[in-house]
Design a protein around this ligand. Structure first.
Ligand code: COA
Length: 263
């Protein structure tokens, strides 16, 4: 059996591919565990300064949680269902959301259920014109379980999110753009180049500043503004003693390009 997660690191960018194309890259427990392991590897690898997440094959980014597998946990009762399925999926989306290196989803096809929840959780997303989104859990008689009831309303607004959650209807990449689920829609052939270009642009900056911005925004969104301002202040204070901040300021004063060390 081929590896359900492929990882390649080049030019400072880690490309993670969800790799179960014959199952529309459905997220089984093994795939989720291996995705978490890949993120742990990337976290400590200085050569990987940004992550692009995409799906293998012609049809799907991901058709969501593996229904065959999680139905077995459901049959075992609430404890097993929450422990094996919900906690695992929520841990995955929370890890993506809080990751200190930028994660860009390149949505190459269907992003249904958990595939849509990954899109909601990551920092940036680019969709192919061939992408299609849906919150189809209601068709199975259940609410979403990987954060889909929480992040989409924060991104799109309560009524827009509720319409998608309560109908389960598929929606277009253009609609995903309108509601703030993706940053842009591009022709299919340029999806990965566009994601690489965006990642390359971001990683020209100090990785410490990049991580500080991601943390302040992600944590701050779920706090009061007073608490969020405290997080912003802490993130800045942590940068003050670093050579990267000195380098950024000196380079501006000396009218030259900065050269960051990540320290
Ligand atoms: N879990 C497990 N397997 C899945 C899957 C999922 N979420 N989505 C697709 N697959 C598998 C199918 O079982 C099939 O495998 P098989 O040929 O071994 O049976 C293969 O992927 C292709 O899917 P298929 O349903 O035949 O493709 P389709 O073009 O007819 O339909 C979808 C595409 C996306 C509409 C349909 O696959 C679907 O409804 N998937 C579930 C989406 C969903 O509800 N996700 C949220 C789960 S909480």
């Amino acid at each position: 059996m081929s590896d359900p997660i492929l990882l390649e690191i080049s030019d400072g960018i880690a490309l993670i591919t969800l790799n179960r194309p014959d199952k529309l890259n459905a997220l089984n427990y093994d795939l989720i565990d291996r995705l978490m392991a890949a993120l742990s590897r990337i976290e400590t690898d200085a050569d990987a300064r940004a992550v692009i997440l995409t799906g293998a094959g012609e049809r799907a980014f991901s058709a969501g949680a593996d229904i065959h597998e999680f139905s077995l946990s459901v049959r075992q009762g609430p404890n097993a269902a929450v422990q094996n399925f919900v906690r695992r999926g929520q841990a995955m989306t929370a890890r993506l959301e809080a990751f200190r290196k930028p994660v860009i989803a390149a949505i190459n096809g269907l992003a249904f259920g958990g595939g849509c929840e990954i899109t909601e959780a990551v920092h940036l997303a680019i969709a192919s014109e061939r992408a299609q989104f849906a919150k189809p859990e209601i068709n199975l008689g259940m609410p979403p379980t990987f954060g889909g009831t929480q992040r989409l309303p924060r991104l799109a607004g309560r009524k827009r999110a509720l319409e998608l959650l309560l109908t389960g209807d598929p929606f277009s990449p253009q609609r995903a753009l309108e509601i703030g689920l993706v940053n842009r829609v591009v022709p299919h052939e340029v999806l990965l180049p566009a994601a690489r270009e965006l990642a390359s642009h971001i990683i020209m900056h100090s990785p410490l500043a990049v991580g500080g911005i991601i943390t302040a925004v992600t944590r701050g969104l779920n706090m009061t503004i007073g608490e969020g301002l405290q997080v912003e202040s802490e993130q800045f204070a942590a940068l003050v003693p670093t050579s990267d901040l000195g380098e950024g300021i000196n380079a501006w004063i000396e009218r030259r390009q900065p050269s960051y060390s990540g320290r």
